[in-house]
Design a protein around this ligand. Structure first.
Ligand SMILES: [Zn+2]
Length: 400
């Protein structure tokens, strides 16, 4: 499945992204083959590949063998030395620094950047830093509340500080959106144009991917499934409501059930309990959580009719596998009888939380496509591309 180009005005970034995506997915591809796959004019494709070469994202190689008009044909590939970017997924206790303390986060990130720049094999260019944060990020009734909240991060001014200290461009996104992007580009959703992504971590989030882009809603807060009412009169939630899905289906909820929510080695304790699988509280929680998952899958399918629901995030794989198994048989829905057996839910195959990978892609992805809904930019992507095209010489000499 390949996205088609569009001839609408202001479509240049979109077309650039799909051409780059085709080159990435094909590995090596000629200009004529790109024209056929994306349905753009040869001239448009030529302009785009010239731009991408100038920016340094792709390289052209002459192919041996068949010649046209005396010249060997040219194929394009991604430039493996195009640069590095840094992806950071901030979730409480997810990394070995306490992300509640923004000063320590900044120090850790700066250490990371210094190490990366010191590496002999490091590419000359650092494209920027992508940060994935628990949503919703736009100020709402339910923003910056609960156990995933990062103290001192509520106005996101720390991102400005990160940009000023690192002298790199900083991009950010809701973690479930970044993770959906990671799965779309590198994960189980590589061949899927439309799917629902469920981000199962300390909290619970979701992203609907339509035509390989995240659907964001009116204010960028779409599909915040963790705070959908699931149990009438149920457990009180930090958002002020009761019975929210996240209070039953999240690592935080399990940690509370096991009495380890404040333990410093909480994640290790949870994994140890999962492996033992003898704790009555664990088994009771899993049955309840699986019932909530079964309902959630039915709601998502009947609302959105996605090809599949991909489940990823920082939750232990063992936990997610167990819940998905316990949720079977799934409820009847518009996907039942349509989807092949066993494909209504797919589990992320990535060892790490795919929001980290998605975050690392943000600096390049946004540069190429302002349509990807990164929430806030301090510059326009089109101006950036124009700048890169015009300043290739000076950019090569210095650091971004
Ligand atoms: Zn809630």
């Amino acid at each position: 499945m390949v996205s088609r180009g569009t001839t609408q005005q202001s479509s240049a970034p979109y077309n650039r992204r799909i051409v780059l995506d085709v080159i990435r997915r094909q590995g090596r591809i000629s200009r004529r083959e790109i024209v056929e796959l994306v349905s753009l004019s040869p001239q448009t494709v030529a302009n785009i590949t010239n731009d991408l070469q100038t920016i340094g994202l792709i390289v052209a190689r002459r192919l041996k063998g068949a010649r046209s008009r005396g010249q060997p044909p040219i194929a394009f590939e991604l430039n493996p030395n195009a640069g590095n970017s840094i992806g950071i997924s901030l979730e409480r206790r997810e990394v070995d620094i306490d992300t509640h303390d923004q000063r320590r986060v900044l120090e850790a990130v700066m250490r990371l950047i210094r190490d990366l720049r010191r590496r002999p094999a490091a590419a000359e260019r650092l494209w920027g830093i992508g940060v994935a944060l628990p949503g919703p990020l736009v100020k709402t009734d339910i923003s910056f509340i609960g156990p995933t909240t990062l103290e001192g991060w509520s106005d996101l001014s720390v991102l400005d500080e990160l940009r000023d200290t690192s002298r790199l461009q900083v991009f950010y996104s809701v973690d479930s959106v970044a993770a959906a992007l990671g799965e779309t580009l590198f994960g189980v959703a590589r061949a899927l144009d439309n799917f629902f992504y469920m981000h199962f971590g300390v909290g619970l989030g979701g992203t609907l991917v339509v035509n390989r882009s995240a659907y964001r809603g009116a204010n960028g807060n779409a599909t915040e499934i963790g705070h959908i009412p699931a149990v009438p009169g149920g457990k009180p939630c930090y958002c002020g409501n009761a019975g929210c899905l996240e209070r039953y289906l999240s690592v935080q909820s399990l940690a509370e059930a096991l009495g380890v929510s404040e333990a410093p080695d909480r994640d290790a304790l949870i994994v140890a309990e999962l492996e033992r699988n003898t704790h009555a509280a664990l088994q009771g929680w899993c049955l309840e959580a699986a019932a909530r998952l079964r309902d959630a899958v039915c709601v998502i399918e009947n609302m959105l009719d996605p090809l599949t629901i991909v489940i990823g995030g920082s939750a232990p794989k063992l936990l997610v596998e167990r819940l998905v198994a316990l949720a079977e048989p799934l409820h009847h829905s518009v996907r039942g009888g349509v989807a092949s057996p066993g494909t209504r839910i797919l589990l992320s195959e990535r060892e790490e939380d795919s929001s980290i990978l998605g975050a690392a892609v943000l600096p390049i992805y946004d540069l190429l496509s302002p349509r990807f809904e990164v929430l806030q930019q301090d510059r326009r992507a089109e101006a950036d591309v124009a700048g890169l095209l015009g300043q290739r010489g000076t950019r090569r000499a210095g650091r971004l």
